[in-house]
Design a binder for this molecule. Structure first.
Ligand SMILES: [Fe+2]
Length: 330
């Protein structure tokens, strides 16, 4: 039996650390439970980024999230990269290190993108072998994140949730569960996001990501812009009811708002999380386990916005629900 969250702590609700907020955070020390830092921004020793990071590390717990591991790439991650990753984790005492289920390099070229993997037994073998080795090398739990995606492979022989679950179980690693990514991919590939949420190993979820996305009509783009949609928070509530108290983080990378607005989003997530934990406690008091969380397939069926002409010109924030509201107003 897997220990819940691999024995890792619940850090509460936090936010991604971004440059425009450094000064405000250091001056005001807002009530945020933890911050997540992008590993690659701080891997060079010394300099201003490390100086600010160390100031913030004195006041808040930090966790480390990377975007360049490319664990499923044809080529292995470079040893120097892994060494720098480990050095940073030691320095900021990151309880776990996360990256993505993806590939991002081939033929000696870095593609600087989180490209989806084919969901095949061969890809599982490759990722499991590397994940075990990298986790050992880092000396702390590795968690991999489900990505948002815009393409699928003919070769895939299983759904994404089966792929990530098998890798996590066989490599004995954690899951970084991005609820917005589940929703974006469900919309783009027309699957039920609740089936995804219900069928991953909940005890392996060590952290959750929440973010906003952009509706381009025929598909959703994972822009990390704006607040999370209500429909994504509904999925988050379900995840917490099933998984229990998991560290949760707001990612906001485009049109970064003033700190106040980011903090409001942290509190919005906290309210949903508290409600889900209360529901979970009530079920537990009645002697019911997590499988008693009610299935909600009809309420959350995805309604694809078919009319792409209405979605253009330009991007707009939101998913189908906002699309429908927009159409009702017009
Ligand atoms: Fe994420």
């Amino acid at each position: 039996m897997t220990r819940s969250r691999l024995g890792l702590p619940d850090l509460g609700v936090g936010a991604g650390l971004r440059v425009p907020h450094y000064r405000d955070i250091l001056q005001r020390q807002p009530a945020v439970d933890f911050f997540e830092v992008i590993s690659e921004n701080f891997m060079l020793a010394g300099g201003k980024p490390r100086y600010h990071l160390e100031q913030i590390a004195e006041r808040y717990p930090l966790v480390q999230h990377g975007v360049s591991l490319g664990i499923g790439s044809p080529e292995e991650p470079a040893r120097e990269y892994l060494t720098a990753l480990r050095d940073l984790a030691d320095r900021i005492k990151s309880p776990w290190v996360s990256d993505h289920f993806c590939w991002c390099r081939a033929g000696g070229t870095e593609l600087h993108d989180l490209l989806p993997l084919p969901y095949t037994p061969e890809a599982i073998e490759r990722v499991v072998t590397r994940a075990k080795r990298i986790q050992d090398f880092l000396g702390r739990p590795l968690a991999l994140e489900n990505t948002s995606s815009y393409l699928t492979y003919r070769e895939s022989s299983m759904p994404e949730w089966e792929f990530i679950s098998e890798v996590a179980e066989r490599a004995d690693i954690g899951l970084m569960f991005d609820v917005n990514n589940v929703y974006v991919s469900a919309y783009n590939h027309d699957f039920d996001p609740y089936e995804f949420v219900r069928n991953v190993p909940h005890e392996r979820i060590v952290q959750i990501h929440l973010a906003g996305h952009t509706n381009l009509g025929r598909y959703l783009l994972d822009t990390h812009s704006g607040p999370a949609l209500d429909i994504v928070l509904d999925l988050y509530r379900e995840t917490i009811e099933l998984a229990g108290p998991v560290s949760t983080l707001i990612e906001w990378d485009e049109d970064i708002p003033p700190l106040e607005e980011l903090l409001a989003e942290v509190e919005r997530a906290r309210a949903v999380r508290d409600g889900a934990l209360a529901a979970r406690a009530r079920r537990s008091a009645l002697g019911l386990d997590a499988s008693a969380v009610p299935a909600r397939p009809e309420r959350y069926r995805i309604v694809r916005e078919q009319d792409t002409r209405r979605a253009s010109p330009g991007w707009k924030q939101g998913g189908p629900r906002e699309g429908v509201a927009h159409e009702e107003r017009s």
